[in-house]
Design a protein around this ligand. Structure first.
Ligand code: ADP
Ligand code: ASP
Ligand code: MG
Length: 439
C-alpha cells in the first residue's frame, strides 16, 4: 500500500504544524511520499511565503536589493528552524538560497524557492530523503508536463526510498530552467507523484475537513461532501472551489487513483473521497456542490436567421482566435449567441477592438456587452435524474431579488451555470445553498 500525501501552505505554516505532519506521517507506514507547499498564512492577515517571493522578485527587477523582504521570508524559515532545533542548518540554507536567487534573477526560480526551502526543512526534520522537483518534474517544449519522462524520472528517484519529501509547485523546462505551475500547483505535483508511483491513494492535507458544498468564506460551515466523482471535482475546482487545483485530476484519472481531502488540524475527520465515478451507495442528492468566480464579460449577439447563416460562429471565433482570447462558455439560441470571457483577457482596450471586429465580421442586429458578471456553477450527477432542479434553482435566485444575466446548461447535464452581477455573487451563492442544502 502506498499513499502520496500533499501538505498545503497552512499545514507547512510553522514548526508546530510541521510537527503535526510528523505525527500524521508516523501514524501510517503507507504514507511514504510527501509533497509540500511553501509556508502559507499562520493567521488571517499574515502573508504566504509565495506572495513575499513575488514581492521580492519585483524589488529585484526594479533594481532594488534583497534586503527587507528577503529578511521577512528568512525569518519565517528561521523561526521554523528554531522551533524544530534546526537553526544552524536553516541559516546555511537561507544564505545559499539568497545567492541562488541573486544569480538567477528569474520569476519562476525565485517563486520556486518557497517550496524548495520548505521541502528541505521538512525532510531534515522528518529524517527522510529530499527530492528536488527540478530533477524529476520535466516540462516539454509546449510548456506542459512531459508525463512519460517525468514518471520515469520520479520512479527512478523514489525507487528504494523508504520515505521522501518532494518539493511541490515547480519542475524544469526543456531549456534547463526552473518552471513553476500556476498558483496552487503543489496539488498538481502531488497528483503527478501519485500517478508515477502507482499510489493506492492521494491524500491532500489542508485546513478544512474536506470538500465543502460551497465556499466556506461565503457560507459559514457549509455541509461536507462525503464523496465526489472526478467529473464533479473538475467542474467545481475549475469554477472556483480552489481547495484543489483543477488540473490535479488529470494524472490520477489515468490510473483511477482516489483522492482524499483531509484536515491537518483534525486528522481524525473523515474528509472527502474523490472517486472515478459517483459513489453508488447512499442517496444521490440533486446537487453535489456549488462554486463560482467573479469578473467575467458576456458578449451577447443577436441576428435574425443567425441559425441559417453558415459560418456565423466561425467568424466570431476567428476574431477571438486572432486576439488569443479563450472563452469559458458559449450559450446560444436560435438567433442569439453569447460568449463568456474572463474580463482580464479583454482589458487594455481589447474589448473595444473585439466588439468592432465582431461588428465588421458578422453585422449583428444587436451586440450587447455585460461586464462585471459572476458565474455560479451548480454541479451534480443527480441533477439530470431529479425533476425540477432547474426550477428550484431559478426560483431561489428570483426570490432573493437577483437578476440572471446568463444561463448555460452544460451538455454533460452535470452542471448549470448562471451569470449574475458581481455585486450579487455572494447573495446568490447563499440563496442557492439554502435551497439545496438546508431544505
Ligand atoms: P492549501 O494551502 O492546503 O493548498 P488552499 O488555501 O489552497 O489550501 O485551499 C483550502 C481553502 O480552500 C480552504 O481554507 C477554503 O477557504 C477554500 N475553499 C474554497 N472553496 C472550498 C470548498 N468548496 N470546500 C473547501 N474549501 C474551499
Ligand atoms: N505556494 C504556491 C502558491 O501559493 C503553490 C501551492 O501552494 O500549491 O500558489
Ligand atoms: Mg492549495
Amino acid at each position: 500500500m502506498i499513499k502520496v500525501c500533499k501538505f498545503g501552505g497552512t499545514s507547512m505554516a510553522d514548526g508546530t504544524t510541521l510537527a503535526r505532519i510528523g505525527k500524521i506521517v508516523e501514524a501510517d507506514p503507507a504514507r511514504k511520499f510527501l509533497v509540500v507547499s511553501a509556508p502559507g498564512k499562520r493567521y488571517s492577515g499574515d502573508s504566504k511565503v509565495t506572495d513575499l517571493l513575488i514581492e521580492l522578485h519585483r524589488e529585484l527587477e526594479g533594481g532594488g536589493h534583497v534586503g527587507e523582504i528577503y529578511e521577512k521570508i528568512a525569518r519565517r524559515f528561521l523561526s521554523m528552524g528554531e522551533e524544530l532545533g534546526l537553526k544552524g542548518e536553516v541559516e546555511a540554507l537561507l544564505e545559499e538560497t539568497k545567492e541562488d536567487i541573486l544569480r538567477e534573477k528569474k520569476y519562476d526560480f525565485t517563486l520556486s524557492r518557497g517550496e524548495y526551502l520548505a521541502g528541505k526543512v521538512a525532510a531534515r526534520y522528518l529524517g527522510i530523503s529530499f527530492v528536488d522537483a527540478r530533477e524529476v518534474i520535466r516540462f516539454g517544449e509546449n510548456g506542459r508536463v512531459d508525463a512519460e519522462r517525468t514518471y520515469a524520472l520520479l520512479r527512478n528517484a523514489l525507487q528504494g526510498l523508504e520515505r521522501a519529501v518532494i518539493a511541490g509547485f515547480y519542475g524544469e523546462d526543456a531549456a534547463g530552467n526552473v518552471k513553476i505551475f500556476s498558483r496552487g500547483g503543489s496539488d498538481v505535483t502531488g497528483a503527478i507523484v501519485a500517478r508515477a508511483v502507482h499510489a493506492d491513494l492521494y491524500e491532500n492535507w489542508t485546513d478544512v475537513s474536506g470538500f465543502l458544498a460551497c465556499d466556506p468564506r461565503i457560507v459559514p460551515s457549509p455541509a461536507r461532501i462525503r464523496s465526489l466523482s472526478y467529473k464533479e471535482l473538475r467542474e467545481l475546482s475549475y469554477m472556483g472551489a480552489n481547495v484543489l487545483h483543477s488540473e490535479s485530476i488529470f494524472p490520477v484519472r489515468e490510473a483511477d487513483i482516489p483522492i482524499r481531502i483531509l484536515n491537518t488540524f483534525r486528522p481524525e475527520d473523515e474528509g472527502t473521497l474523490i472517486l472515478p465515478a459517483p459513489d453508488a451507495s447512499g442517496a444521490l442528492r440533486p446537487v453535489t456542490g456549488i462554486a463560482g468566480k467573479k469578473n467575467f464579460t458576456v458578449i451577447f449577439l443577436e441576428k435574425s436567421l443567425m441559425n441559417a447563416e453558415i459560418g456565423f460562429a466561425y467568424r466570431v471565433l476567428d476574431v477571438l482566435f486572432r486576439h488569443g482570447i479563450s472563452f469559458e462558455h458559449m450559450p446560444s439560441g436560435i438567433d442569439t449567441m453569447s460568449f463568456v470571457i474572463d474580463s482580464e483577457e479583454l482589458s487594455g482596450g481589447t474589448l473595444e477592438e473585439v466588439e468592432r471586429e465582431i461588428e465588421e465580421a458578422v453585422h449583428p442586429d444587436k451586440i450587447s456587452v455585460f461586464s462585471d458578471v459572476a458565474l455560479i456553477a451548480v454541479v451534480g450527477h443527480g441533477m439530470s435524474r431529479t425533476v425540477g432542479t432547474a426550477a428550484r434553482l431559478f426560483s431561489a435566485i428570483a426570490n432573493t431579488g437577483v437578476n440572471v444575466r446568463m444561463i448555460d446548461q452544460g451538455s454533460s447535464e452535470l452542471n448549470i451555470i448562471v451569470g449574475v452581477d458581481n455585486m450579487h455573487y455572494e447573495r446568490t451563492v447563499r440563496a442557492v445553498y439554502e435551497e439545496f442544502f438546508k431544505k
